[in-house]
Design a protein around this ligand. Structure first.
Ligand code: M7G
Length: 308
């Protein structure tokens, strides 16, 4: 596990955007108020994701209170139009050094539907998953080892078989925690569980305990009712270490994270496992994959025609 743990040294610490040079706009999702920029920083690639934190009554009030300089765009009788540069609280997420995996995640591309049979899973997906470097999951190991995000952890049970951690997702704005901003990750301790494909009826007690624990944390610590929290797996996930997304029903999830063919509700998974222990080992799962990514290439390599 030592190999996985990755800590940034103080030399690597990023404390300002000085030195970041924008090379390309990777994604422009105005709907989600997010821009992803490919930058160079100290000779290496960086993905910088910028999104305004909030546009609310208090931001409008502080805009007026700031006494900001106004340049007249247009004036007609008593009607005045201005452009102004107002300071806007902004969430900045940086991946540095960024690999092709991080850059491709943001770059727009074409997606194809995959009707994944168990055979396709074995021949293509598992081979792709086997090729992912262990370092991709370093951030998860760091959380379990208490090296990172320790002060944010809401629940931790380190039991190797039955444990899990509940922690705010990177997408959650921690500077303004209201029920509507709740986005948590619940990650199981057992790293041999990679996705829903690995789940069997024997995992039902774990899933039930996760559900009960998360709903209790929601109620007691985050002021969320059970009816306001959606819990779901991704298939395919980006990180193949089994985790459950826990998201408030009013949270705008960017990047299609709650699309059909991607999100599978925890409750649905539990019911299917109750009906058939190997449901997720045997089922054809309909999902999608982005063209020209290593996962897509694994299907090509296995001579599987995706009819794109
Ligand atoms: P996923 O289903 O594997 O992929 O979810 P997705 O990114 O396509 O949804 C992984 C989830 O983990 C995402 O919601 C990420 O925002 C979240 N996440 C990723 N990283 C690297 C971290 C991290 O370092 N800390 C926390 N707390 N969450 C992370």
């Amino acid at each position: 596990m030592e190999v996985l743990a990755k800590k940034s040294s103080s030399d690597d610490a990023i404390s300002s955007l000085n030195g970041f040079e924008v090379r390309e706009v990777l994604a422009d999702t105005r709907e989600g108020k997010t821009m992803a920029l490919l930058c160079s920083y100290r000779g290496r690639d960086a993905v910088v994701v910028v999104s305004p934190k909030d546009w609310s009554e208090s931001s409008a009030r502080s805009c007026v209170a700031s006494g900001v300089t106004l340049g007249v765009d247009e004036q007609n009788a008593e009607y005045w139009q201005f452009s102004a540069c107002v300071p806007l609280a902004t969430k900045v997420s940086i991946v540095w050094p960024a690999t092709a995996f991080h850059i491709d995640k943001w770059r727009p591309g074409k997606w194809v539907c995959v009707r994944e049979t168990p055979l396709m899973y074995r021949e293509a997906t598992l081979k792709y998953v086997g090729s992912i470097p262990a370092s991709r999951n370093a951030w998860v190991q760091n959380i379990f080892d208490g090296l990172k995000e320790a002060d944010r952890v809401l629940f931790l049970d380190n039991n190797v078989e039955t444990g899990f951690v509940v922690v705010p997702d990177l997408k959650m704005d921690m500077s303004n925690v209201v029920p509507e901003s709740v986005y948590l990750q619940c990650i199981v301790r057992d790293s041999s569980l990679r996705s829903v494909r690995d789940l069997r009826a024997s995992h039902l007690p774990l899933l039930t305990r996760i559900r009960d624990t998360v709903l209790r944390i929601g109620r007691e610590k985050l002021n969320c009712k059970s009816s306001q929290l959606r819990m779901y797996f991704h298939y395919y996930p980006s990180f193949w270490w089994l985790h459950i997304h826990v998201v408030h029903t009013s949270f705008f999830v960017p990047g299609g994270g709650i699309n059909i063919g991607k999100a599978i509700l925890l409750e649905d998974v539990s019911q299917n496992l109750e009906l058939k222990s190997d449901y997720y080992a045997e089922a054809t799962l309909v999902t999608h994959v982005k063209l020209a990514t290593p996962h897509y290439e694994a299907f090509k390599k296995a001579n599987i025609d995706l009819d794109e």
